[in-house]
Design a protein around this ligand. Structure first.
Ligand code: UDP
Length: 493
């Protein structure tokens, strides 16, 4: 490893432990290191294990990057060892315990900030208190926002104007004020804490307040995807931001990196899903995945299984299992066996190497819950999507895909509900599923046009991270700006 020069920029990254936040932030940290910055990532043990291989590899290539591990207070919050990530929560109580454990790390982290004396901290938007830590140290805090500009603009408008409150019925639509395009929603699609004030509203208010007090924001998005909303974000919220995405395709260039990302186990040498996909025609397989947190209710799994089967199209489906439901187990085992026999479907249990799968030529589209990372990964692969939002800002992202970018077919999801508080019913029936799968995977003009638009965005996604591209320039300009700040501070001191 090269020796660290004393004028080298030293940046500390603090990711929030949920895959949708941590994966892109760790990748961003690696990107900074690849651009000559000395990088430290703070994480608890079980979380660090999910990305440490990539860090070791970068380090052995000569980059200044390391992980600073801190202990998670599992005992104190009553959790078993190793349960340190939001994705491990299956009930509201567990979610509360994990979140509490994360909040207890504050003092340890502040001490680390003081010890390590970084020139800048990049912290997840979910750590509003780091604004004050940065102020105490006299350094900039950048916050990492892991969703779209569009969703942040919508959320800001809804919190400011509360347009859903003037409607007499939940089935009526309202228009989101202040957007350059007419975007309509129904009240139940609004994020729970924005729809009505509840115990989490205060937490989110603090987060949004801290945004305006920060030096600026890092967005894992790209100019060509949502520049109108990047501008609106600047004018309406007044927050300086740098668009540096899609970070995942920028850093994870080879298959090994794509495989291990966000997961500690190695991929088998010749994975069965790969052999299965290799036997399929180009663009003939639908990839179905609801992100890292969602476990569908049994009734919904049944509807989806029937919908996929009756659509007549081939599919790969990632299912996160619920423990101890025998009905579910026997239904899914039966379904898996049948799909193996007729070669129509392949099930991956719990965790799939999503980047690798999306890049396979046999994949022709994705069913997504509209998590921002999955959207970016599908766009990068040039794939149109069936949109099936579940919770948080996913319904806003759906609007971006369907109404703005026109690369998404909505399945018709109606209600925004956290994954830990879902009931036992199916929100979407098999007939709707068949309809949208046939539309997306068929050869209609509508589907061809969506596919073409998705391909163009994929080309733009590739260009933006190459030397001279928007995202590339934004990152290098930001690093230069942070270096200038460091120099001015040294001269002033
Ligand atoms: N992911 C994956 N394999 C899985 C499930 C998820 O690699 O089986 C990754 C996915 O590629 C994405 C992240 O986990 O990078 C999920 O983030 P997203 O914003 O899409 O959704 P969330 O999990 O936050 O709801």
């Amino acid at each position: 490893m090269k020796a660290e020069s004393h004028d080298q920029l030293n940046v500390l990254f603090l990711p929030y432990p949920t895959p949708g936040h941590m994966i892109p932030m760790v990748v961003t940290a690696r990107l900074f290191a690849k651009h000559g910055v000395s990088v430290t990532i703070i994480a608890t043990q079980a979380n660090a294990l999910t990305f440490q291989k990539a860090i070791d590899r970068d380090f052995s290539c000569g980059y200044h990057i390391r992980t600073q591990v801190i202990p998670f207070p599992a005992d104190q919050v009553g959790l078993p060892d190793g349960v340190e990530n939001i994705k491990d929560s299956t009930t509201p109580e567990m979610l509360g315990q994990i979140s509490h454990g994360i909040s207890m790390l504050k003092d340890q982290i502040e001490l680390l900030f003081q010890d390590l004396q970084p020139d800048c901290i990049v912290t997840d938007v979910c750590y509003p208190w780091t604004v004050e830590s940065a102020a105490k140290l006299g350094i900039p805090r950048l916050f990492f926002y892991s969703s779209s500009y569009f969703s942040n603009c919508v959320s800001h408008s809804i919190r400011k104007h509360r347009p859903h409150e003037s409607l007499v019925s939940d089935t009526h639509k309202f228009t989101i004020p202040g957007l350059p395009q007419r975007i309509e929603m129904t009240p139940p699609q609004v994020a729970e804490w924005e729809r009505t004030k509840n115990e989490t509203t205060g937490y989110f208010d603090a987060m949004f307040e801290s945004e305006t007090e920060s030096y600026g924001a890092l967005y894992n998005s790209f100019h060509e995807l949502e520049s109108v909303y990047e501008q609106l974000h600047q004018s309406a919220l007044g927050i300086k931001s740098w668009t540096i995405g899609p970070v995942s395709s920028w850093v994870n260039k080879d298959d090994g990196q794509k495989t291990n990302r966000g997961h500690k186990e190695d991929l088998e040498q010749e994975p069965q899903w790969l052999n299965w996909l290799n036997s399929k025609q180009n663009e003939s397989v639908l990839y179905v995945c609801f992100g890292s947190l969602m476990r569908l209710p049994h009734a919904q799994l049944v509807e989806l299984a029937h919908g996929l089967e009756h659509s007549g199209h081939s599919f790969i489906w990632v299912i996160r299992k619920k423990d101890g439901n025998e009905n579910e187990d026997s239904f899914l085992q039966e379904f898996e066996k049948k799909m193996k026999e007729n070669k129509k479907g392949f099930i991956i249990w719990n965790w799939a190497p999503q980047l690798l799968i999306l890049d396979h030529p046999a994949i022709g589209g994705m069913v997504t819950h509209c998590g921002w990372n999955s959207i970016l990964e599908s766009v990068s692969a040039g794939l149109p999507m069936i949109t099936w939002p579940m919770f948080a800002e996913q319904f806003y992202n759906e609007k971006l895909l369907v109404d703005v970018l026109k690369i998404g077919v909505p399945v018709g999801a109606k209600e925004n509900k956290f994954w830990t508080s879902l009931g036992e019913d199916a929100a979407v029936g098999r007939e709707e599923i068949v309809k949208v799968v046939v539309l997306l995977m068929g050869s209609s003009q509508e589907s061809k046009e969506m596919r073409n638009r998705a391909r163009k965005l994929s080309d733009a996604a590739k260009r933006t991270i190459e030397e001279g591209g928007h995202s590339y320039n934004n990152l290098t300009q930001l690093i230069d700006e942070l270096k200038s700040l460091k120099i001015s501070k040294a001269l002033a001191g």
